[in-house]
Unconditional design. Sequence first.
Length: 192
Amino acid sequence: MQQIAVFASGTGSNAARIIDHFRHYPTISIALIVSNKPGAGVLDIAAREGIPTLLIEKEPFFHTDTYVKALHEKHIDLIVLAGFLWKIPETLVRAFPGKIINIHPALLPKFGGKGMYGRFVHEAVIAAAEKETGITIHYVDEQYDHGRPIFQARVPVEPGDTPDTIAKKVQELEHEHLPRIIEEVIHLQNHR
């Protein structure tokens, strides 16, 4: 059984889609929901689904290997960042090489980096008069939004689009593609 840990900071709509996708999957399980926000909606989803949670704190996350040990104890095979707003520390990247993926709400390498998340990304896309935007699912390395891309999907930016309308289009892409790409990544890892 392949064990996935989903890291999220917000409502958890992507986490909910991932959980639904793998609910009856014979060889893949959502083993842990990790959040850095005590009131995050994703924790409510985990409670409803009976999935264990781990609430992380900044100091030990960035300056110790406490959480690396916790993830190894849970036998985590893949970490999925689904709206997780902290940069992943080097200790975690090194402990899970090629086993951490992120979904970013833009077509990287454009509109990535520190502070580029959620509404800020969509505002930047509009300000740059982009004709399209979308999602990038990529491996995580030591830099923000930098690791090797796995998959991109695109949507047009229409005249009159707002950050809210773009967010809705982008979220639809996330929900449609992220669970399938996770499945593909796990199959690739198993056949190495």
